[in-house]
Design a protein. Structure first.
Length: 207
């Protein structure tokens, strides 16, 4: 199981994560503000995605979670970015665990990455808590990986920022894996920037 969890968290796994900055490009922040941006994403967008992935991993209906996630993600640009990554992850799932994803792949029009991650994690034998942590790590790692490509940031510094998120990731993973209502946390500035970025023909990243 550990090897499969590492595979799902590995940036070299062909799911297209390298093309996404988690909104960092649109934010155009100075390097000193990137850790605060990572923190804010984890507490909002990251927490929702982790909670959805955990519930799907635990056996909840993925199509119902599609709808619940979309209701909490008002920006079409974010839904489109998540769908692209979800479709890419579905291709991996179809190769490794075809029986686990084929019904969902045929029925879902949204395919958000967090739902697909929950399905693949369930097939890999992971726990809801483990996939919540993986989802949160992936969220922060996407921002950290994008930072050196967007500005004068040493990759070692970006790695240190990611390591610094570990206590918050642990705390939020525990919360995400609990039963109860899904979080519904508004991110209006992130949403507005995503929509503007989506129409920018000079962008480097998809999101």
């Amino acid at each position: 199981m550990m090897m499969l969890a590492l595979l799902l968290a590995d940036g070299r796994t062909p799911t297209g994560g390298f093309a996404h900055s988690g909104g960092l490009e649109a934010a155009a922040l100075p390097p000193r503000d990137v850790p605060a941006f990572m923190d804010a994403r984890l507490r909002t967008v990251g927490l929702l995605d982790a909670a959805v992935a955990a519930r799907v991993c635990g056996g909840a209906d993925p199509l119902a979670l599609d709808a619940a996630w979309a209701a909490r993600t008002p920006a079409p640009a974010w839904r489109d970015a998540a769908r692209r990554q979800g479709r890419a992850l579905l291709r991996l799932g179809a190769r490794l665990w075809p029986d686990a994803v084929q019904t969902y792949a045929a029925a879902s029009a949204l395919t958000p990455r967090c739902v697909v991650l929950g399905l693949t994690a369930r097939a890999a034998g992971m726990t809801p808590r483990a996939v919540a942590e993986l989802s949160l790590y992936d969220d922060a790692a996407a921002v950290a990986a994008a930072a050196p490509k967007l500005g004068a940031v040493d990759a070692l510094e970006a790695a240190a920022w990611l390591a610094g998120m570990a206590p918050l990731v642990e705390t939020l993973a525990e919360r995400a894996a609990r039963d109860g209502a899904l979080p519904a946390l508004a991110t209006p500035l992130l949403d507005l920037r995503a929509e503007e970025h989506h129409g920018n023909s000079r962008r480097l990243f998809v999101s």
